[in-house]
Design a protein around this ligand. Sequence first.
Ligand SMILES: [Fe+2]
Ligand SMILES: [Fe+2]
Length: 225
Amino acid sequence: MDQSVKSMQTMNKTRDYTLFDRLCLGADQVVRALTNNAITTGQPYPAKSVEDHPMTTEQRKHAAALMRINHTGEICAQALYHGQGLVSRSPVIQEKMQQAAIEEGDHLAWCKQRLNELGSHTSYLNPLWYAGSFCIGMAAGMVGDKWSLGFVAETERQVINHLEKHLNLLPATDQRSYEILKKMENDEAKHRDEAIISGAKELPSPVKLAMNFMSKIMVKTVYWL
Ligand SMILES: [Fe+2]
Ligand SMILES: [Fe+2]
């Protein structure tokens, strides 16, 4: 495991952070997320041993646009967990959010690596999506830990549905992106189940619909930008 991750986990277990500590940690997390330098668990790249089959220019562009959306989705995940962790009053929830953000860091790194391989860029709108998701995460965290976990469970549910769609939309020859999304889907299912086991409350339908609406706007804009 990455030495920085080990030391961060050790720090989490041995000290209580003041608000100032958490703000400094938060600023570091924002910069890391937006510069593709988020802390990861060091899981291997899922596409490592998958052949990169030739694609037409159009197929490559389409695959890159889909991976750009997934990269932004992971930026949003980082922001949601950071926002929730910042305002949660429970050290247990703070640590869970911290750990979840580290695990999502793997996904962020994989999507970025695949975008590089496809010769494309991350979304120009990522700072905006980070800011919006961070505020939503803080709002969810302020309502209480069970609701915060409910928000995580619902987010992961929607992400799994979205990844399922993208697995079908990828060009058949893009097996490398496919393997990455498949592994992400498995990880998101674990995150969803952990949130439910930890006591997540089921969110009201209007909140679920609003979350779905927001993610649709993200998907439509980030495909092009
Ligand atoms: Fe993820
Ligand atoms: Fe997740």
